[in-house]
Design a protein around this ligand. Structure first.
Ligand SMILES: Cc1cc2nc3c(=O)[nH]c(=O)nc-3n(C[C@H](O)[C@H](O)[C@H](O)COP(=O)(O)O)c2cc1C
Ligand SMILES: [Mn+2]
Length: 486
């Protein structure tokens, strides 16, 4: 049986006590986003009464579907209480077995078709998410589908987009992303790029489309693999792209590569917790919207910071952890025991097996497709360090790293345009294709050359820890503790 859609997912969540319906009237202008942000750790939310949208084509908004580990597990058909390492392992295992989609003649997404002048994007309850956003952001959890004009391969990627007119969406298109590679080919052909933006399909699609899976296979087959069932797809009305048959709605259009057509996009409150830069950027000219009856709008509040995690960062930590692990395995790097995405760096724990092993981990990660957006800082530690404990990581950095030798800079790599640290004149993705970004590896494993095994250390490379006493003394002191007058 094919993968089900958003409505079935919402029903499943409700049945499991994981959904809250909000029937009080809520303003799309900032209020809705603040409610979703504050209740991030709570149930998924379905807003059913949105100001100005009682009688529009779309009246409801769903959010926070993947903002908890139990729900992420449910989405993948795993037990709700699956342990985090087992969740990552399940993703890794299933990635190895992609399931190709089924192509259908028609589906629920074709129940209604709107064309040309009748298109009005604000018929959807598109929120203004953050006070300084440049407009109402329609694309916060949708997937943009494009096709490589040379190979015919499709891509499904999550890329933000702002309503720039009733039938126009300005997009943050970075030419180093998969759809950006497609864009560069259309640019050379001097042709418009056909696009389809998929809203409200199964949450597996943004989960896959928001992370750097390499091709082939495409995201549809990977999503099918992760769900262990094929997706059902239908062809668009105005181009040959394929979209989920039971998506809530699909926006079809064309993206011109002519700079004269670019419009302002941004600022937008981003995953970094800061506003991302505003520029003139490519625009989707919408030709057609196909939708289910009473389509549900799926949104996502961006913006992670100290003590604040966004749904996208939360789910991205899981998918990227699985991707990095899988990549290291494929690259033949042995001894990876555990890894952890944010907060802060990506930390990898290895059973060190030779001098240079830590360097190899960093080079393999930075040399891959994975590091293009979210990976700027990698720390590698030995097997005795608990990577869930920042104090332990700090201890490894302090005691095992010589800053002169063990901070390894990978200069001028391609990176995300939203990196706060890169100079603002470099934050011009349409000029550079990406933002040149310096990446850093902290090799916090013990250096085997400087610290050979020593007999005086009892066959270790470092002196023994002095904070532990003998077991018999521990017992003695425990036994006599009260006697001492405590
Ligand atoms: C909610 C969300 C919004 C995103 N917005 C953008 C964006 O506006 N532009 C962009 O280049 N990447 C954005 N990303 C990151 C890409 O989705 C990610 O890098 C992914 O690997 C892109 O797919 P691709 O590898 O097929 O290009 C976003 C990710 C998420 C989860
Ligand atoms: Mn891709």
């Amino acid at each position: 049986m094919a993968v089900k859609g958003l409505r079935e997912w919402i029903a499943t969540l409700e049945g499991a006590g994981e959904l809250k319906r909000i029937t009080a009237q809520v303003d799309w202008n900032l209020e809705l986003a603040e409610i979703a942000r504050r209740s991030h750790g709570g149930p998924a939310l379905l807003f059913e009464n949105i100001k100005d949208h009682r009688h529009t084509l779309s009246t409801r908004l769903f959010i926070n579907g993947l903002s908890s580990f139990p729900r992420m597990c449910m989405m993948l058909g795993l037990q709700k209480d699956t342990r985090y390492p087992d969740l990552i392992k399940a993703i890794r295992d299933r990635m190895k077995n992609p399931v190709q989609p089924e192509i259908r003649q028609t589906g629920a997404v074709k129940e209604h078709i709107i064309r040309g002048d009748q298109v009005d994007l604000l018929q959807f309850p598109v929120p203004k998410w953050h006070p300084l956003d440049g407009g109402r952001y329609i694309d916060t959890f949708s997937g943009t589908v494009t096709r490589d004009p040379d190979t015919g391969e499709m891509n499904f990627g999550v890329y933000r987009g702002m309503v720039a007119g009733k039938d126009k969406i300005s997009k943050l298109l970075q030419p180093h992303q998969h759809w950006g590679l497609h864009y560069q080919k259309y640019q050379r052909l001097q042709r418009e790029m056909p696009v389809a933006v998929v809203h409200g399909a199964d949450d597996i699609l943004p989960f896959v489309g928001g992370s750097a899976f390499s091709h082939p296979p495409d995201e549809y087959a990977i999503a099918g693999g992760l769900k262990q069932a094929p997706l059902a797809l239908v062809k668009c009305e105005t181009n040959d792209l394929l979209v989920p048959a039971d998506a809530e709605f699909v926006v079809e259009g064309r993206l011109s590569t002519d700079e004269a057509s670019f419009m302002t996009e941004g600022p937008f409150g981003e995953f970094t917790g800061y506003y991302g830069w505003s520029r003139k950027r490519p625009v989707i000219q919408v030709d057609c919207i196909t939708h289910r009856s009473d389509p549900i709008f799926r949104g996502n509040v961006e913006g992670a910071g100290e003590g604040v995690v966004s749904e996208s960062v939360f789910m991205g930590n899981a998918s990227l952890s699985a991707l990095v692990w899988d990549h290291l395995e494929k690259a033949g790097v042995p001894g990876v025991l555990d890894l952890r995405m944010r907060p802060g760096p990506l930390t990898v724990k290895i059973r060190k097996m030779y001098a240079g092993h830590g360097r190899q981990v960093g080079a393999a990660i930075f040399g891959s497709w994975l590091s293009k957006e979210f990976l700027k800082w990698v720390i590698v530690v030995d097997e005795d360090i608990d990577i869930r404990d920042m104090n332990e990581i700090n201890r490894a950095i302090r005691d095992r790293m010589d800053p002169k030798d063990d901070i390894v800079i990978f200069p001028a790599m391609g990176g995300c345009t939203l990196d706060l640290a890169s100079p603002s004149e470099l934050k011009d993705e349409m000029k550079y294709g990406a933002t040149p970004q310096n990446k850093m590896l902290f090799d916090a494993t013990i250096d085997w050359v400087k610290h050979p095994v020593r007999e005086e250390y009892g066959g270790r490379r470092f002196p023994p820890l002095s904070t532990e006493t003998l077991p018999e003394i521990k017992d003695l002191v425990t036994r006599r503790w009260k006697e001492y007058g405590f």
